[in-house]
Design a protein around this ligand. Structure first.
Ligand code: BGC
Length: 722
């Protein structure tokens, strides 16, 4: 709901602004990097891409460069926002120029990618999603906002709620996995954590939901690639997570780089105006992805920068992240009538609204150097990072090697076990070297002895090998798609070598995506999927390995047996006319199974749960289902009880299973709980051939269990119009 007082202020301000000043508000500047050169980040990247300089030279240029924020442009009203100003003093300095030295004194808004922590890095989003814990997601977002705002940041480009069904895509690391419901809940929790219910608080940070829309469906898992899908699939599987995050109150939305069925999202009116604003009532700010407006020329949809600016503005884009197309061309576009003044005022108004809502006009200086220093990496923040890491790591296999006993003699293998800086993962905010603790750091801190496994030395004499394998942080994230999800050859060789010793092997897998873990399953007695766990990686891993904490995380993305299963591996795939079976002419592969190696929702703990007495019945609102869960083991544990359904006869082909609800419960040894779910009627619906939303009369199958594969079934006859 718009605030009338703010709307009045926006109107007043708009009436005073020149066309140039309006264009300036639409411009987000990344400054430029200066050293021995005067180049922007984009220019350096282009030079690397063209082969004019090597990647190494590019990195060196970036690390040596200093930012030039072009202060004269602030004075002239040519900058509305910054990307990546870090530090309260630096931000205050620039803000003073905007507020005191520009004609209208409009404050700047500063955005940064705070994705999974600012200084205190928490597990990558894919990892944290495995906690299935909205309260945890909110709390880590709150912590990230406290640190980031203390360093002068007003807005984060998070949450990313791109449903990611293809682990070849490197950005699956930034998502909550392959399910729409989980991505939506994750996004909602993050928005609430970042923004709180009072945006004027100094430690509240505006959330920008991205990448709108369906970026995760990039063809072949190749980043920035085309996305083409039926409108029904788009509405059912991809759109809901953005809607949930937007409706949670996110004040900004970032369209995706990709085209959606032929129209780049940056100039996609259907997305930016029809769905976002008209259907969902969004009145916040849209901001392009980095340089994405200019890239419409590369897409072959805009003739030049002017054309790109014209199309983007008319589609509903407000702010231009770094391309400069708006800044350069808005004036002439309005003067020529290609963009109406009304359209321009809407865009400027959206940006001003966010600045007013954040309280930047009344209170532009929100932190200082002392406050910044005190906010970072506090003991409480480290404790939360450790808790989040404990709750994010998935125990995939345990033949009895775990938990480790105190005093066990450890052989420590694999480079990643010794490298704390690799633990932060992709998009690691403002992490500094030495912030994140490796397994070795954890062992050292606890005074636990270990012997390193050296490549050319005989294996040490020990009781168990801890073997770190997987991906370094640069192997996932943006522009880090992979054509093979196999473990690296050196990891496989290491696992084999350790197995030959006859001693138990515990594999700890670091990665930003599901990998093909077949060789680890063969060689290791236990596997802990640790992802990139962040600041407290080592200590949290040891908490789990030594059984001080019982593993509780559950996969939010299926793990492949072979890369070629992608992108058809996800759990909620639709039914075919020839489901995989023994008969040759069924839907399968000659050289790989169709089933995942580890299914969606899967994860072990040091105790066992037994499910029984499932039931389901229709209620006035939808379906009520129940099940009894008993902890049959001898230690306390947490179980994520998952409720799926299937509509076996529908007017469009429906998924084999669809997650409808879940509940995470804690059970003492021997304790039983009756767990109940209410599935709203609308959750059963889908779009028919004519795009009408439909809920069928007829049989509905409900499946409840500890993962998507191991469930108990209850059927009911659902009467839609009752
Ligand atoms: C990414 C966005 C990010 C932006 C700003 C882009 O390359 O796609 O997710 O927010 O950069 O850093």
């Amino acid at each position: 709901m718009k605030n009338p007082e703010i709307e009045k202020k926006i109107k007043d301000l708009l009436s005073k602004m020149t066309l140039e000043e309006k264009a300036g508000q639409l411009h987000q500047s990344g400054g430029s990097l200066v050293g021995a050169f005067d180049l922007t980040l984009e220019e350096i990247l282009t030079m690397v891409q063209d082969g004019r300089i090597t990647e190494e030279e590019g990195h060196k240029m970036l690390s040596e460069a200093k930012h030039d924020w072009h202060e004269d442009d602030i004075r002239a009203g040519r900058i509305g926002s910054y990307l990546n100003v870090i530090g309260a003093e630096e931000m205050n300095r620039l803000q003073h120029i905007a507020v005191e030295e520009s004609r209208l004194g409009i404050p700047l808004i500063n955005g940064f990618d705070v994705i999974h922590g600012f200084r205190t890095i928490t597990p990558i989003p894919l990892a944290e999603s495995c906690a299935w814990d909205m309260d945890l997601w909110r709390r880590t977002a709150r912590m990230a906002a406290e640190e980031a705002t203390a360093a002068g940041i007003h807005m984060t480009f998070s949450p990313m709620v791109d449903v990611s069904k293809d682990p070849r895509w490197g950005r699956i690391a930034e998502s909550a996995g392959e399910d729409a419901l989980l991505n939506g809940l994750y996004g909602e929790a993050k928005v609430k954590g970042y923004q709180t219910d009072d945006l004027t608080r100094h430690d509240a940070m505006a959330a920008c939901v991205k990448h709108f829309a369906a970026y995760g469906a990039a063809e072949g898992g190749r980043d920035y690639n085309r996305v083409d899908m039926s409108p029904q699939r788009f509405e059912e599987e991809y759109l809901p997570s953005y809607e949930k995050a937007v409706k949670a109150g996110a004040r900004a939305v970032m369209p995706a780089f990709n085209d959606l069925s032929g129209v780049p999202c940056s100039v996609n009116k259907k997305l930016l105006t029809d769905i976002l604003r008209k259907r969902w009532g969004f009145d916040g700010m849209t901001i392009s992805d980095a340089n994405a407006i200019a890239e419409c020329i590369n897409h072959g949809i805009a003739a030049d920068r002017r054309d790109a600016a014209c199309q983007a503005l008319n589609a509903g884009m407000d702010m231009d992240m770094t391309s400069g197309c708006f800044l350069d061309h808005v004036k002439e576009l309005v003067e020529s009538g290609e963009v109406s003044m009304e359209k321009l005022d809407e865009a400027v108004g959206d940006i001003l609204r966010l600045k007013f809502e954040l309280g930047l006009f009344d209170d532009p200086y929100r932190s200082g150097a002392e406050q910044e220093k005190a906010a970072m990496l506090t003991p409480a923040h480290r404790a939360l990072a450790r808790e989040a890491a404990q709750k994010s790591m998935v125990l995939l296999k345990n033949d009895g090697a775990l938990p480790l006993k105190a005093g066990v003699r450890i052989g420590l293998a694999g480079k990643l076990a010794f490298d704390g800086d690799e633990m932060s993962g992709t998009w690691s905010g403002n992490v500094q070297a030495g912030d994140c603790k490796s397994i070795r750091d954890g062992l050292d801190a606890e005074g636990i002895a270990y012997q390193p496994v050296e490549t050319d030395q005989p294996l040490p004499d020990c009781d168990v090998f801890l073997c770190a394998i997987g991906e370094r942080k640069a192997e996932s994230g943006e522009a880090a798609s992979r054509a093979s999800l196999a473990l690296h050859d050196e990891d496989i060789a290491l696992l084999k070598r350790l197995k030959e010793s006859g001693k138990p092997v515990v594999a700890v897998v670091f990665a930003g995506r599901p990998l093909c873990l077949g060789p680890a399953v063969e060689c290791a007695d236990a596997i802990l999927m640790a992802w990139h766990p962040g600041a407290e990686a080592g200590p949290a891993i040891l908490d789990l390995l030594f059984g001080r904490v019982n593993p509780s995380a559950r996969l939010t993305a299926s793990f492949p047996a072979a890369t070629g299963q992608c992108p058809t591996l996800y759990y909620d795939h639709i039914r075919t006319g020839r489901p995989a079976g023994k008969f040759k002419y069924t839907s399968k592969y000659l050289d790989a199974p169709v089933e995942p190696l580890f299914p969606f929702g899967f994860g072990l703990s040091y105790t066992d749960c037994l499910y029984s007495d499932v039931s389901a019945a229709q209620t006035a609102e939808g379906i009520h289902a129940e099940i009894t869960v008993r902890n049959t083991g001898d230690r306390a544990g947490e179980e994520t009880v998952q409720c799926y359904f299937r509509d076996p006869v529908a007017r469009r082909v429906r998924p084999v299973r669809k997650l409808a609800a879940f509940e995470k419960i804690a059970l003492q040894p021997g304790e039983s709980r009756r767990v109940a779910f209410d599935i709203p009627r609308a959750a059963l619906g889908y779009y028919d051939q004519d795009m009408n939303f439909t809920v069928d009369n007829g049989l509905i199958e409900v499946y409840i269990g500890g993962n998507v594969r191991d469930t108990l079934q209850a059927d009911l006859y659902f009467v839609s119009e009752r």
